[in-house]
Design a protein around this ligand. Structure first.
Ligand code: DX5
Ligand code: ZN
Length: 217
């Protein structure tokens, strides 16, 4: 089943509640929540207090994407603030610390994911993949919404789909960056089952129609 996860990075934060209701009513499956620290990526976005508010407002599944350095420091805090899934980057710390961050999220009863930036090969995820609920392929350099989809990431999605199926594990495969009704078709055909879309959904006047167009691409 294809799931659509609108990224609220492109929402209007002065009316975030309304924006969330619109995507919920428009058929979104997850809310994608982008956290940036100005160190791991060259931008700063939203964090723990906003996540706590969103958690109180909605029971939708909160897919929290940490683009932060050394996520082991904050893994528990994001669980406690209400994430349903905490995703961080394999590039953000040592093998040992990434492994520990995975354990912390699981010990808090939440789902856990690991992401790769465009220049990082899929194999870097393999030592962890049996413990993951989700793997994420970035199809833009993380840091900003509204960038152009990187077609050269499609082979990585295909490769990860093959590896997940070969191992027979329950690991969702998410794609993030530049997804719209045109590129959605490509990533679905490559084997992704969770599609993040920020600007394509929030810059559209009809969010429901756009979510449907991405789902049915
Ligand atoms: C980028 C973020 C994305 C971003 C996607 O670093 O991780 O989730 O919001 O935005 P679009 O869909 O506009 O590329
Ligand atoms: Zn994201």
């Amino acid at each position: 089943m294809i799931k659509i996860a609108p990224s609220i990075l492109s929402a209007d934060f002065t009316k975030l509640g309304k924006e969330i209701e619109e995507i919920r009513d428009g058929g979104a499956d997850y809310i994608h929540f982008d956290v940036m620290d100005g160190v791991f990526v060259p931008n700063i976005s939203i964090g723990i207090p906003v996540l706590s508010s969103v958690r109180k407002f909605t029971d939708m599944f909160l897919d929290v994407h940490l683009m932060i350095d050394k996520p082991v420091r904050y893994a528990e805090a994001f669980c406690k603030a209400g994430a349903d899934l905490v995703m961080f980057h394999v590039e953000a710390d040592s093998y040992q610390n990434i492994s520990e961050a995975i354990d912390i999220v699981k010990a808090n009863g939440k789902k856990v994911g690991l992401s790769v930036k465009p220049k990082t090969p899929a194999e870097v995820l393999y030592p962890f993949i049996d413990r993951l609920d989700m793997a994420l392929v970035m199809t833009v350099e993380p840091g900003f919404g509204g960038q152009k989809f990187m077609h050269d990431q499609l082979p990585k999605i295909i490769e990860l789909r093959r590896e997940i199926d070969r191992r027979g594990i329950e690991c969702e495969l998410e794609v993030d960056g530049g997804v719209d009704p045109v590129t959605a078709k490509l990533v679905k055909d490559a084997g992704a089952n969770v599609l993040v879309a920020g600007s394509a959904v929030f810059k559209s006047p009809d969010r429901a129609a756009q979510i449907a167009a991405i789902r049915n691409a």
